[in-house]
Design a protein around this ligand. Sequence first.
Ligand code: SF4
Length: 311
Amino acid sequence: MEDLARKIREKARERGATILAHNYQRPEVQDVADFVGDSLELSIKAMEADAEIIVFAGVDFMVEQAAILNPEKKILTPEPSSICPMAWQLDPPIVEEYRRKYPGAPLVVYVNSFAEVKSMADYVVTSSSASKLVSKLDEEKILFGPDRNLASFVAETTGKEVVAVPLNSYCPVHIDITMEKIVMAKKRAPDAKVLVHPECPPETRRIADFIGSTSQIIRAAGEMDAERFIIGTENGVIHRISKLYPKKKAYPVSDDAICPNMKKITLEKVYRSLISNEFAVRVDEKIAEKARTVLERSFNLLGVEVPWRKK
Ligand code: SF4
């Protein structure tokens, strides 16, 4: 494995390629990457990278998001069948249906959605920015999708009426991080702080010490005055916490909190991408342009500098 990792680094250097890996990737894929982070962070890293080729170890909507923000770069996915089942739960006909049903309600979509859906939305958010952006909107009724759990988290934290689009959308990994599993994990490590993702069910969130995105969970583990943590998100995050904070101990809620699609990407597939230029992901430029406009509007409302307007 070390030999293959070395060959990947050499080939990336030779080709002037940057390798990006999501926090949920296999440990060895995280270790070979130039940057590890969440989906939006990685899209921005792709923009900042002085590279024409980006190999993105993440699921379909993330690679597509990087392609939206980097139309002039070659964005490669090592495994095109690495999909996010949650993103697939919100498609354009569903958007149109909810727009008809709730005229006047702004549509806020989660970054875990496809370019066409983003292009039809009013705003795009991450799990860390969702509540902040929704609280800034004048309207009291908001359409939010996909993910009914994140929608309910936004409703709880903003006091607004948030309609999940579609009503039953969810992440199959986070929905299974149940309150019962947290209670069991707490029995094994009673002093550990519980850090969970807002895609977890409301009962799980209620007994957590901290709720945040993957990057916020990782930061919290470093900053909190505690030595042990139970991590209520995909288990790939544990590798990252262990590397960043070797003195702290992070435990999974259960061994099956694994996103099988994320784990489809292996070192062999990253290497294959680098030598074969496969598999390139492109987004129709008209759709990408509309999606960028929605993203720009969202950054502006959040008071965040738009990454592609930075001097
Ligand atoms: S963990 Fe859930 S939201 Fe994340 S990529 Fe996997 S299925 Fe999608």
